[in-house]
Design a protein around this ligand. Sequence first.
Ligand code: BGC
Length: 746
Amino acid sequence: MKSLKHLPVIIIMMLVSLACQMSDSSDKISGVEERVEQLLGEMTLDEKIGQMCQVSGGQGNEESIRQGMIGSILNEVDPENINRLQKIAVEESRLGIPIIVARDVIHGFKTVFPIPLGQAATWNPELVQKGSRIAASEAASTGVRWTFAPMIDISRDARWGRIAESLGEDPYLTSVLGAAMVTGFQGDSLNGETSIAACAKHFAGYGAAEGGRDYNTTSIPPRELRDIYLPPFKAAVDAGVRTFMSGFNEVDGVPATANKYLLTDVLRNEWQFDGFVVSDWASTWEMINHGFAADEKEAAHRAIKVGVDMEMATTTYRDNIAALLKEGALNIEDINQAVRNILRVKFELGLFDNPYIAEEKQNQFARPEYLEAANLAATQSMVLLKNEQKTLPINSSSKIALIGPMADQPYEQLGTWIFDGDTTLTVTPLQAFNKTFGQENVLFAEGMPISRTRHQKGFRKAIEQAKNSDVIVFCGGEESILSGEAHSRANIDLPGVQNELIKELKKTGKPLVLVVMAGRPLTIGEISEHADAVVYAWHPGTMGGAALADIVSGKANPSGKLPVTFPKVVGQIPIYYNHKNTGRPANPDSWTQMYDIPVKAPQTSLGNESHYIDAGFIPLYPFGYGLSYTSFEYSDLSLDKEVYARDETIEVRFTLSNTGEFAGEEVAQVYVRDLVGNVTRPVKELKAFERIDLQKGESKTVTLTIPVQELAFTNIDMKQVVEPGEFQLWVGGDSNAHLTTGFVVR
Ligand code: BGC
């Protein structure tokens, strides 16, 4: 029971709460600051330290919650249990401060959407926002009110397992879609009952892990940090994200979890972020391993000093704050500030006013409209990479040999981070094909039980089925566990004997459609030569099979576009579209393939340009790439002006025509190059895009806008500026867009 001495506080809180409910539902709920200060004034040091501690699981932590020694719990998802723990916090602790329950709701809760990299391939912010809204609604119905998403680490390395969780390689696309996720998770108002606080992670630079090895050191020049890695985080702040997570990695020798530049100078001072920052799992403690802190006390000190408000999983805060205060290494204002930030978000979430999840609102999962949205997201995420002789779509009367280790794997198609994903909801390709094409027309054989199988015991049946079919659909890729955290790969081919099986199947002479379900770009260049069509399906989530059946049957027209460059071979990594030109850019006219170099050729025979003599300089597929069953043409590109002032907006106008045989959707993309800068500038940068649907034969005039301020970059003096000068602009369906014009900024 709360002591009577706190009655006035409770009454004040109730009145303020009433006032809040009567006022508009903006995120900055009025009265929050007063409530925070009031409460802070009542707290003992131990209670303050408690707010800064997050533990995994409630079991066994009941007494600590009662003592006010825990501010947050992660990994509880049972509403009754969450209510039980919350009741201890609210009704049995001295001050009744609610806990905030967190979970990695990364791409869905029970209803699983495509992995974030797949969602990025939709280039559809509304749909991405909807996916996060649905994920939040399902999660909030268990009492989870905080997710560790979106993950907005720019990722240029397909070896890195966590590329699956990212939104790809481009700062602009990641900014737009990351912001959409924030809005989706947090809803119109943070205190809405289906709203959960979002978390921009991992601040910052984690995606640049050297060699793609998870947790590795990064080497990011300060200007690149500003222009490539930080923009999505700034966009998340602008979208109102309420929490941040510091990364595991170091940035130029300083672990992200004690990085003053990132966490204090940029996040708090420059961006004025007033939510709270949580460490990553044990990332405070790991600073000892980094060789940045001698012991736990120093680790806690360093993290708190730069503004990591809450510690996840380890207990360096709990065990050392009191001593650090006593020694004078920390002062009470350091602690107050952290607690303030945490309480602020708890108030905004309405946790003080509505701490429990009502019984009738519990476990609201997998509504028909949720599954429909997951289906649409999966459909729009799938990228058609190749379609020779119009192999796709497949005629409805065809006999299909459905083969492969991912063709009927309810779990494996869900992807990484699906703690709560419900495999009983999964629609696999086999289930969906049976429905769409009729069971009698689908000849199934897995060929290999899992993607890593190294024996050929299943080949015979698979080849038999292929022989009896009109067309083969091979569903391969990598199982869920082969991507995600700590699952980096040095070799990103199709694992196991998939390549061998595909080659055997192709020997039947039947057309072969290769469907790849994977958490990253795989080096499928060579094996694709044995396929007539290739669909890149990522890990498509719950409705992946249904979406694939729609695409294969032509009920849906593919419209996904790659959010990341696909390398031909691992040795090309890092390879990304927005690279620098160099003094000796690669040139198709002078590039010579290794085997074509004459014996004893003179040293300059290769053109002396930036390329590989074996792998060239062109990726397998460029950023933004994706085919459709129809064809699109871009024409009549014009800008509203030739010369722009820096406060103006560029209006890009062009005609997009559907010149093929089907209705379809195209993601039109606008790229810009700043021709000369006082530091070198990328050869192209995405600056605008839009998904446009066109009936067969239809043309539309499209206008996209780019505020000139969007052309700013970090100059030689580390200032964000738009430099006057000439720019080139392209419009098209991928980053190799050809239709071009120029403009000047003065
Ligand atoms: C990951 C985070 C995640 C956290 C909590 C860490 O290992 O890096 O992204 O949110 O665990 O599960």
